[in-house]
Design a protein around this ligand. Sequence first.
Ligand SMILES: NC(=O)c1ccc[n+]([C@@H]2O[C@H](COP(=O)([O-])OP(=O)(O)OC[C@H]3O[C@@H](n4cnc5c(N)ncnc54)[C@H](OP(=O)(O)O)[C@@H]3O)[C@@H](O)[C@H]2O)c1
Length: 260
Amino acid sequence: MPDQIFAGRTVVVTGGGTGIGRATALAFAAQGATTVIICGRRKERLDQVAAEHPAVVPVAADVTEEAGAEALAHEVRERGGALDVLVHSAGVFRFTPLGALGPDLVREVLDTNLVGPLIVTRHLLPYLLAQRGNIVLVSSRAGHNPGPGQSVYAASKAGVHSLTRSWAAELAAHGVRVNAVAPGFVRTEAFEANGLTPQQVEGLFDAVTAGIPLGRVADVDDITPWITELARPTASLVTGQIVTVDGGMDTGADPAGQEG
Ligand SMILES: NC(=O)c1ccc[n+]([C@@H]2O[C@H](COP(=O)([O-])OP(=O)(O)OC[C@H]3O[C@@H](n4cnc5c(N)ncnc54)[C@H](OP(=O)(O)O)[C@@H]3O)[C@@H](O)[C@H]2O)c1
């Protein structure tokens, strides 16, 4: 059994119904968190996660709407008004070539990935300040190393990196830390949600694996330990940091060893 370092703590995880957010919520619960409030728009997915651990509290909420953020704040107040950790994992990928980018797609990606964390953090900030809590944002390697067809997604995640550093500077005086984890490729439903068939997803992962020095696409369990680690008291002097978990893609190494 893992240590119970988060015993007595309250955690909010956006996007907690699936993927990295789901695994993160369950990891905090396994490490003793008393309450782990998760949100997403699909209530049935949230309920499935809540059925896996009694600490998990599902709240159907859209992070792009003030009402969604307020629903999270209401749940925090109902449980004592103290928030120790806020994880922003809600997000959407939309890989689209420049010529096919329409304003609706741009707004969807920026609203979800950039405006969502802003709205939710603003609503939950009083409860974080009260606890000298901390924030972990799930950004992406694309935020500092964008590839083709990713321009708006990468811009949204570059914005998340800026939020991380700016909030870290702004909130340090209040004892609130802010960090981000920037994954490379991770096996989640996000790729099917982007319109790819399971076969196309496997084809994509095969293709990108050739460019990953450590030789494999990540699973959610490669990512969540870094999120919980940044939230732990052992990280009490760590803020404004972006931890990249991408199998070494950022090293620029040529996995085939063929670069001059
Ligand atoms: N998978 C990767 O390769 C990868 C790589 C780098 C970064 N990331 C980042 O990791 C985070 C989690 O993604 P994932 O891979 O775990 O994908 P995922 O399983 O699709 O998770 C995304 C979650 O966000 C929720 N969500 C989307 N829009 C929302 C909204 N407006 N309001 C509330 N919740 C919303 C979704 O739930 P509903 O649809 O039910 O609302 C879903 O549970 C994202 O920020 C993503 O950009 C992923």
